[in-house]
Design a protein around this ligand. Sequence first.
Ligand code: AMP
Length: 211
Amino acid sequence: MNLIFLGPPGSGKGTMATAVEKALGIPQISTGDMLRRHMREGTPLGIAAKSYVDKGELVPDDIVIGMVKERLHQPDCRNGYILDGFPRTVAQAEALGAIADIDTVVNFELSDEIIMRRLADRRVCPHGHGTFSAAGLGSEEVCPQCGAVLVHRHDDKEDTVRNRLNVYHTQTEPLIAYYLKSGKFLSIAMEGTVEDNRRTLMQALENAAKE
Ligand code: AMP
C-alpha cells in the first residue's frame, strides 16, 4: 500500500505514520526527518537545505524530489510506504505521479490555533525516539526510551511556526484539490486523542483497501 499523509505541520501526521508503519510493516518516509539527518551530518544536501528549514520555508523542489526518488528505490519500499510530509507542492506531486502509483491520500485536519499550541508544547528525542508533550513530562524533559534531553525544535518556535503555517496554506493546501480529483482521497479530523485518531485512521485505511 502506497500512502501519502498530507496536512499542516503539527497536525499529527508523523505520529500517525509511525503507528501505521508498525501496524502495516511499511516504512514511514518523512522528508523532514531525512532533511534533519542530512543537516546533522553536514552533507552537501543538508548544507543546501539548512537555511530554508531554519526559516520554515520549503526546501527547493529539485532537492527534495531527488532525495525521495532515491529513497523509493530502496528495497524496503517494495511492498509499500507512507510518505509523511511529501509532496508539499504541486510540482512535487507531479514528479511523484510520474514514478509512483499512490493508493490513498490521507489529509489530516487541525486548526491553526490548536497547531500553534501543540507545537509550542512539542519536544522531540534527538535520537529519533519520537515526539512528546512537554506538559505531559513534568520538569524532567528527557526521552523515556534513551534518557537524552528532549529538544524544542528550532522551527517549532512561535514565529517560525507562523511562517510554516503560511507556507502550508499557500503552497501545500492546493494539493487537497489536486488529490480530491483522484478519488483516492480521505480526510481525518485530528482533534481527538492519539489513540482515537489512530483508530479512526486504521478503520478508514481498511475501508479504502476494500474499495
Ligand atoms: P517537517 O518535519 O515535515 O515539518 O519538515 C520540516 C521542514 O523540512 C519544513 O519546514 C521544510 O523546511 C522542510 N521540508 C520537509 N519536507 C519538505 C518537502 N516535501 N518539500 C520542501 N521542504 C520540506
